[in-house]
Ligand binder design. Structure first.
Ligand code: PEP
Length: 253
């Protein structure tokens, strides 16, 4: 059975000014337009203040707009935070939750991540829930247990393949230029798939992205691994030509 259609997602993090974001989005839209209707689904996640301009630059294209985080509540006294409903109003269809930088730098626990993922579903967004082990956890042989624990605690129970994506991002591979071997990726993605299939009715169809130092040179190999249904791309998504190469590397399903 062919897997789900791949999703190539760009996480722009806190990079660029408004004009850069609009230009990059326009270039991504143009390259996806040139690729035609087949091929991978494509998503870009700019910083919050750039969502409007990026959304405009993407209008008429099949590139999806997403955000990098949301708050669990729909509104209230949460200075500096953004509700999932606000992201929906801003034109988003996806939101990342539980990125390792949020978990590490903002002390987000699995419980917080699960509440954010629930908020995404409540607002009609697809949640991309990120999980992944640190280097010491991998070296200690705890990768599968850590990832299973994060999934158990971070995923909302009422999710399905239409509103939930899992991104496996080993923390030690993010922004470092280091990637796991394809055998290591296959092992973790296989374990995630088994867990999702046991928990969700359509778990076999849920997309599992790989993220961590995906680039133009390694994308084809990583995207060909069993149960890898796309990529979450940080640094390499900031250049339209590199991102296009990664999009083109996705298997056609
Ligand atoms: C990320 O932060 O989600 C990521 C995958 O970053 P990079 O591709 O730069 O490793």
């Amino acid at each position: 059975m062919p897997g789900p259609k791949p999703l190539i997602a760009g996480n722009w993090k806190m990079n660029g000014r408004l004009a850069d974001a609009a230009k990059l989005a326009g270039a991504v839209a143009a390259s996806v337009r040139a690729l035609g209707p087949d091929g991978a689904d494509v998503l870009v996640c700019p910083p919050f203040p750039h969502l409007g301009a990026v959304g405009q630059a993407l209008s008429g294209s099949r590139v999806h707009l997403g955000a990098q985080d949301c708050h669990a509540e729909a509104g209230g006294a949460f200075t500096g935070d953004v509700a999932a409903e606000m992201l929906k109003d801003a034109g988003c269809s996806f939101v990342l939750v539980g990125h390792s930088e949020r978990r590490a730098l903002h002390a987000e626990t699995d419980g917080v991540v699960q509440a954010k993922a629930r908020a995404a579903l409540r607002a009609g967004l697809t949640a991309i829930v990120c999980v992944g082990e640190t280097l010491s956890e991998r070296d200690g042989g705890r990768t599968l247990a850590v990832v299973a624990g994060q999934l158990a605690g971070s995923l909302p129970d009422d999710a399905n393949a239409g509103n939930l994506v899992v991104a496996y991002e080993p923390v030690w591979a993010i922004g470092t230029g280091r990637t796991p071997t394809t055998a290591q990726v296959a092992e973790v993605h296989g374990a995630i798939r088994a867990g999702l299939s046991g928990r969700f009715k359509d778990g076999a169809k849920l997309r599992i992205l790989y993220g961590g130092s995906v680039n133009a040179l390694n994308a084809a190999e990583l995207l060909a691994v069993a149960d890898v249904d796309g990529a979450l791309v940080g640094g390499a998504s900031l250049r339209a030509d590199t991102f296009e190469t990664i999009i083109k590397a996705a298997p056609r399903r």
